[in-house]
Design a binder for this molecule. Structure first.
Ligand SMILES: [Zn+2]
Length: 360
């Protein structure tokens, strides 16, 4: 039998539901039915749960869904909820652009029914591994390519400083735009339903709940950004991950410090950036924990801007037990940091619930 008590326990923790009641019930059921199986640590995910880490060893008929980075893991969990096993292959806080898969990733992929990845050349090595190890190599799904096509600067893929056209790989960070995240969730709903039609209604209901919060987030960003002085609505970041977000909300990305080969910028590039910060009176420059850069800090200081190193595009805040450890939590925290540092407020954004929305 399915160890219902244990499953419900992890699911209650997962979704931050009225926990005391559910925990009591779940423990009671587990105790009464004497189900021997304990929740394995491989399935243990926190209330934020963007780091789902199933090893796909449970043979209970649920889809085994592999994915790559934490924001995607969170988006997929919001749609798949308790009816899929989910594994995010690229650990939090690791640079996804240069990630080298581990041998254990091949083993995990050999048990996966499908791989949902960002695409747009973000996870090249993982994709190569999936092609040789996935049970059915046709079951590789690319979110970015299913969302955008072409290179129309208004509607297509974007090429820029760190992702120049001659390099052939567009800027892959579509997920930083909540409306593209909604599209990603809808594609996930579609792909899960195709592979598991009996749960199609469940996936749809979960999608609707998640999309409602994404809509709230989108509207909150549109309101709060008006509190940022117009002249400050420009971004200089270390890692070039805000291109689609900026296009959506009408901001300007004036530069990214990290060159396209992910090395540190040259002395000339540094001098140019300092001049640009001074000329354009950029109040703050942004880095992230994943890409620590003393250079960026020095550039900010020289240019007379404040330096903020906590923006994130890969790693949600907190650890897996933290309710903010979700895609929504990451975006809300980024907006709070960005808007406040640039002279605005984040009142509406702060009202957006950040916990996972899927329920059993
Ligand atoms: Zn990135």
């Amino acid at each position: 039998m399915v160890p219902g008590g244990v499953m419900r326990l992890s699911f209650a923790v997962l979704h931050g539901l009225p926990r005391l009641l559910l925990l009591t019930t779940a423990l009671g059921v587990a105790f009464l039915t004497g189900c021997g199986e304990q929740g394995t640590s491989s399935e243990a995910v926190g209330p934020g749960a963007s780091s789902a880490s199933s090893d796909f060893k449970r043979d209970d008929g649920k889809l085994n869904v592999a994915t790559t980075i934490a924001p995607l893991t969170s988006i997929i969990l919001n749609v798949g909820g308790s009816r899929i096993h989910l594994r995010g292959l690229i650990p939090d806080g690791v640079d996804s652009h240069t990630y080298e898969p581990r041998p254990s990733d091949a083993e995990i992929l050999s048990r996966a029914d499908l791989l949902i990845m960002n695409g747009a050349h973000l996870e090249g090595t993982t994709e190569a591994l999936a092609k040789t190890n996935l049970k059915d190599p046709k079951k590789i799904y690319r979110l970015a390519e299913a969302t955008l096509s072409g290179d129309d600067p208004e509607t297509g893929f974007l090429y820029d400083f760190s992702f120049p056209k001659e390099g052939g790989a567009p800027n892959p960070h579509l997920w930083m735009d909540p409306l593209y995240a909604m599209k990603y969730a809808d594609l996930t709903r579609q792909w899960l339903s195709e592979n598991d039609p009996k749960n199609a209604d469940y996936y749809r209901a979960n999608y609707e709940k998640f999309a409602a919060v994404l809509r709230q987030l989108d509207e909150a960003i549109r309101k709060d950004q008006l509190t940022v002085p117009t002249a400050n609505r420009k971004l200089l970041t270390y890692h070039d991950s805000w291109a689609y977000w900026a296009r959506e909300y009408g901001w300007t990305v004036i530069g990214a410090v990290q060159p396209s080969d992910f090395s540190e910028p040259s002395a000339k590039e540094v001098a140019d950036l300092i001049g640009q910060i001074k000329r354009e009176r950029v109040p703050a420059v942004f880095g992230s924990e994943v890409f620590p850069s003393k250079t960026l800090q020095a550039i900010a200081k020289e240019g007379g801007a404040t330096f903020e190193d906590q923006l994130s595009d890969d790693a949600p805040p907190g650890d897996v037990r933290d309710v903010r450890h979700t895609y929504l939590g990451m975006l809300v925290e980024d907006m709070q940091i960005m808007f406040k540092r640039l002279g605005g407020s984040a009142i509406e954004v702060s009202k957006v619930p950040v916990a996972n929305t899927a329920t059993d």
